[in-house]
Design a protein around this ligand. Sequence first.
Ligand code: NAI
Ligand code: 15L
Length: 276
Amino acid sequence: MTATPAKPVLLTGASGALGRVLARSLAAEGWTLRLTDIAPFPDTVPAGATFTKADLNDGVTILRLAEGCGAIVHLGGVSVERPFEEVLGPNIRGLYHVYEAARREGARVIFASSNHSIGFHERTESIGADTQFLPDGYYGLSKAYGELMGRLYWFKHGVQSVFIRIGSCFPEPVNARMLATWLSYADLSRLVVRCVTVPDVGCCVVWGASKNGRMTWWRDDARERVGWAPQDSADPFAGQLAGKVSGDPVEERYMGGNFCSLGYSRSAPAPQQLFD
Ligand code: NAI
Ligand code: 15L
């Protein structure tokens, strides 16, 4: 058990896959949680937590939910590639509501960003956290926007943020790509605990991947500042997953995998350099 935050923590997207994991693990740390989602919370609300059904588009309710909170762990929104109009409300306007609430409360934001903000980087690269965004769809674009929103609120208002650029956070890795991108639930939980409780994080990026030594695409992030190191690894799954590839050249070329090939309409492969 680590330090318990002095103020309540607001967790958006609480009814989703990762929200349920974090609701359970953070409540087990003895934290006071305010859970929220547009969908009902499917589990028993843990001790020390309350649940409020709310739409991220409803800025007044988000402000009210954040009152008195010291941190907002922001997981809510569209979590896969969808048409622009579907992404717009939850991921763009909703994110603005979260940051306005954080500014008003002097709260820190832990934002569930995604590898899809950089999805069109090639798998042959090794990229640092300050690499350029190359989103692989409207969803990934909304995550890049979220990180940029956080930078705006840091420089203009001093709102602290950690952007966790999550790879693939599932119970187990299920294909060859996840030998690089997999993040265990336990590593995610430990990372969020650090992001909330470390005294000063400023505004920084942490790659959300476990200790996947066999395939490593991502480097140079703020994990030391946050005081986190992953403990789990996809490596033991390599034997069973190494051959589990799609056969789609676009999907296998880029880090974002099948999000890159969704709706892809180029007739010739893209050049390796952005401006070629
Ligand atoms: P999920 O789709 O299971 O959960 C997202 C939750 O947001 C859902 O419960 C949904 O009801 C809620 N939501 C959607 N629109 C809303 C609205 N307008 N107002 C309020 N709540 C709304 O996704 P998951 O897997 O739990 O991911 C959590 C976060 O982490 C998401 O932001 C996702 O983009 C991000 N992420 C997840 C990864 C993963 O491997 N699971 C990888 C990279 C990023
Ligand atoms: C994500 O951002 C999605 O939320 C998740 O469902 C997975 O598709 C993950 O990325 C991934 O890239 O595996």
